[in-house]
Design a protein. Structure first.
Length: 458
């Protein structure tokens, strides 16, 4: 790896380090990248847990989550139009509140972006080990890391093309699942009806339980925000990214609601499953037999690969933005290869960090992700309001809904998620944020680093 780094650095010197990200992504690329990040097959993994939590109303919980998340998605869209940068929540907070606050938000957001690739590596190891028990999980994890790292070295269009194939396969499997579910319901399985309101509304439905389920499902929508890290690689980003954000959220929500509706109709009571917390394989076997179970497993693997692939893409762009501004060492983090037009050194670094997946468990990695995601969501909404009150000179009344009420509703829902955040997530997140604060004080007070923030013309 050291030899590769030296060669890449020499490539950068050929253009005096002036290489930048290139704009090549279009709306269709943004949508499939966002869906790949969201991992549509995840709906099957969380079904058993959320069904028990909501009393058999998973699709209703998804509908509530989608409605709530759209307010935050709208906030991301507004910020992209004002500050089209790969820095996402880090840049928005930096520009509307304070540069140091922006760094701390970016630092916390790294938890979300850095640990999701590790989760996908761990899940890939679990899936493949179940099929090939004689092969150590370690080798599957290492193979996954090498593959997603290698693909991310090339131009971002390569990542988008591979991801499109993987996402399309997942969508096909979800549609096939829906078809098999309809056949089962028509034969009298589950509720015995193809169309039934019970999964959405019933006399015994609890609003508190529904919101509790929504707090779990919120993290299934991670992906609509991740596409903002590709702003500087998107054609006409001020229009394309906001549209992409909404389309990703709506398309993901439609897939989640549809799949969970048919699962809930087939299994109105998940207690009949042998293991409700890991019910996906059992559901696949029940609905389509051994052959469909294998197809289902292949789709699950494509889901972890797609999500891992684009999550590496996202985190390397966030690191690039923070390096370009001087918060991280610019020579490494702000480097873009002149021919590949990707932050290659960041890709290699993230690939090396992913090896920590060999020593982690899913619970710990997930705890880090939850804290980082909520920090980003919270401050994007707050940034919209801060822009209205601090940056806009004339504060027109017509903007009151879009810049105050809408982000306030989004913030209120995120506040509910904060209340329900696991103690472990909060503890790990605060510890990581403390490290970031110490590093920031070192940069400003000791090293006296010259920060070069991007300038945006309104």
């Amino acid at each position: 790896m050291a030899c590769i780094i030296i060669l890449l650095q020499k490539g950068g010197q050929a253009v005096n380090g002036r290489a930048e990200l290139t704009r090549s992504l279009k709306l269709r690329h943004i949508v499939v990248i966002g869906l790949g990040y969201m991992a549509p097959m995840a709906v099957f993994d969380t079904f058993g847990i959320v069904s028990g939590e909501t009393g058999g109303h998973v699709p209703a919980a998804y509908a509530v989550t989608l409605l709530a998340i759209l307010f935050t998605a709208a906030s991301y869209g507004k910020m992209v139009r004002l500050f089209p940068s790969a820095g996402t929540a880090y840049t928005y907070t930096q520009q509307t509140i304070h540069p140091y606050a922006g760094f701390l938000v970016g630092w916390a957001s790294l938890l979300d972006y850095l640990f999701l690739p590790m989760i996908n590596a761990l899940l890939t190891g679990v899936y493949l080990s179940s099929v090939f028990p004689d092969v150590s999980t370690v080798w599957w994890i290492i193979g996954f890391i090498v593959l997603v790292t290698g693909l991310n070295v090339f131009r971002v269009t390569v990542t988008a093309s591979v991801n499109s194939i993987l996402v399309l396969f997942q969508v096909v499997v979800v549609v096939l699942f829906a078809g098999l579910a309809i056949r089962g319901l028509m034969q009298g399985d589950g509720l015995g009806q193809v169309f039934n309101l019970r999964p959405f509304l019933s006399p015994d439905m609890s609003v508190i339980a529904l919101l509790s389920g929504a707090s779990i499902l919120c993290f299934s929508f991670l992906g609509f925000d991740a596409v903002t890290t590709l702003t500087e690689e998107t054609v006409d980003a001020k229009k394309t990214i906001p549209r992409g954000i909404m389309l990703v959220a709506l398309a993901g929500g439609a897939l989640f609601i549809t799949a969970s509706y048919f699962m809930q109709s087939l299994f109105p009571d998940v207690s009949v499953l042998s293991d409700p917390e890991a019910a996906s394989a059992e559901i696949a076997l029940f609905i389509g037999g051994t052959v469909f179970q294998l197809v289902f497993l292949a789709a699950a693997l494509s889901s972890t690969l797609a999500s891992g692939l684009v999550s590496v893409t996202s985190v390397t762009r966030l690191l690039y933005a923070m390096g370009r501004d001087g918060f991280l060492p610019k020579r490494w983090f702000g480097y873009v290869h002149p021919k590949l037009r990707t932050p290659v050194l960041n890709v290699l670094l993230v690939g090396a960090l992913m090896l920590f997946a060999l020593y982690m468990d899913l619970l710990t990695a997930t705890s880090f992700i939850n804290f980082g995601a909520l920090i980003a969501f919270s401050f994007v909404n707050i940034s919209v309001m801060a822009y209205y009150f601090r940056k806009q000179k004339n504060k027109p009344i017509k903007d009151w809904w879009g810049f105050v009420l809408s982000p306030l509703i989004g913030t209120t829902f995120i506040a509910f998620l904060w209340v329900n955040l696991e103690a472990t997530s909060m503890m790990l997140g605060l510890l990581w944020s403390s490290v970031g604060l110490i590093y920031l004080l070192y940069l400003v007070k000791v090293k006296k680093t010259n920060l070069e923030m991007m300038k945006f013309e309104e």
